[in-house]
Design a protein around this ligand. Structure first.
Ligand SMILES: [Zn+2]
Length: 382
């Protein structure tokens, strides 16, 4: 029997909000981030071509419709009836829950009330869940320049409040963007000194990294206290801001083996650590409290999705992997990600069935786990 996952429900366990004000007005830039490039470079990515082809069909345009016609039709529909536009997409993807990391974007102003209202008007409340970012709280709290002891007490108080108010299913850290994944275990005294020096000069990279490393541990303490997982960005990211020398999740070894957290807090190594996918599978295999997701690999690794999934399950137990789109800014990413992943996952599982690695029934069971059940088990507040 041929594997077809089209109609299975799906949980998007890691995504970001979108709204028209936040998307790049130049649609082809949906396919890339990083330093500004000539337009033709975005248009020449496989991902852009794949997206346009799908959108052409989605919008009911003839095969010969040009890219510009597709983009114009998309703009017209989305801006005229955003709820209808995204509702049609959700109907196709069968996404039941969107877990949005609400600290985005990476830097600059967080989503403003009108932007949040837009997002909330497009996705019904019962489909929305939130993930709170550690660094956003740090950035706002540090402006109050409290003495260190008070700062830490206030951090814990406010993060607990945020978790409650937002009904957060997890915390997230983007420490990769605040000095890199080589997170040091910082004792309280060194943290105090780093914090005080940071207040004097936030551009000092050494003290900035030290205090941010310390805050990751504070975030893990909050996860433990609230019994929720921590999502950690690992692998490739926005090259203008990320520490590209420490993308591998193995750099987090001192952190996740710290006796305060080892087997005590669930840690989700986001993005399969791409391109360190096999390594991520190995880590997830070795440590009971480590999990991973396929977000960002899908859709940004374009044709790599099926192969990367197979690389991951070489070692990773299949009950520790969830789907996520890492979509944000543009609604199309939250649609194309799940649609495409279902096709690629079907392809990967079909290969395993054909090679008699697993039975058809087991393949379907794995699909349901990765698309839905695992997220429910890992994020118990879902
Ligand atoms: Zn993300």
């Amino acid at each position: 029997m041929k594997i077809d996952l089209t109609n299975l429900p799906i949980i998007d366990a890691h995504c970001h909000r979108f709204c028209p004000q936040r998307e790049n007005p130049c649609f082809p830039k949906i396919a890339g981030s990083g330093f500004e490039q000539p337009l033709e470079n975005y248009k020449n990515t496989l991902l852009y071509g794949m997206l346009i082809d799908r959108l052409r069909v989605f919008l009911g345009l003839p095969e010969g419709a040009t890219d510009d016609e597709v983009i114009a039709a998309r703009n017209e529909f989305y801006h005229r009836d955003p709820k209808g536009y995204f509702g049609k997409m959700t109907e196709e993807t069968k996404t039941e829950i969107y877990c949005a990391e609400i600290g985005s974007p990476l830097t600059g102003k967080p989503y403003q009330p009108d932007e949040i209202a837009f997002y909330n008007s497009v996705i019904p409340a019962e489909k929305r869940r939130n993930i709170v970012r550690v660094e956003r709280l740090f950035d706002s709290l540090v402006e109050e320049a409290l003495p260190f002891g008070e700062f830490i007490a206030e951090f814990h108080k406010r993060i607990d409040e945020q978790i409650k108010e937002e009904n957060a299913i997890a915390l997230k850290t983007v420490i990769a963007y605040y000095g890199g994944l080589e997170v040091e275990i910082v004792d309280d005294n060194s943290a105090k000194t780093a914090y005080e020096n940071y207040l004097k000069d936030p551009t000092n990279k050494v003290v900035s990294k030290r205090i941010h490393d310390y805050m990751v541990a504070m975030g893990l303490d909050a996860c433990k206290r609230n019994d929720i997982p921590m999502q950690i960005h690992t692998g490739m990211g926005e090259c203008t801001m990320i520490n590209m020398l420490t993308l591998s999740p193995a750099y987090l070894y001192p952190l996740f083996t710290d006796p305060r957290y080892l087997n005590k807090v669930k840690i989700v190594l986001l993005h399969s650590g791409y391109p360190y996918v096999e390594l991520t599978g190995y880590l997830v295999n070795q440590f009971p409290h480590l999990y991973t997701d396929i977000s960002s690999v899908v859709p940004f690794a374009s044709i790599g999705a099926a192969e990367k999934f197979l690389n991951l399950v070489e070692r990773a137990p299949v009950n520790k992997i969830q789907f996520g789109s890492d979509s944000g800014g543009f609604p199309e990413l939250a649609w194309f990600g799940p649609i495409y992943f279902k096709e690629e996952l079907a392809k990967a599982l079909q290969k395993l069935v054909d090679e008699k690695v697993v039975s058809y029934n087991r393949a379907m069971e794995i699909a349901k786990m990765v698309l839905y059940d695992n997220a429910k088990n890992i994020y118990t507040r879902l």
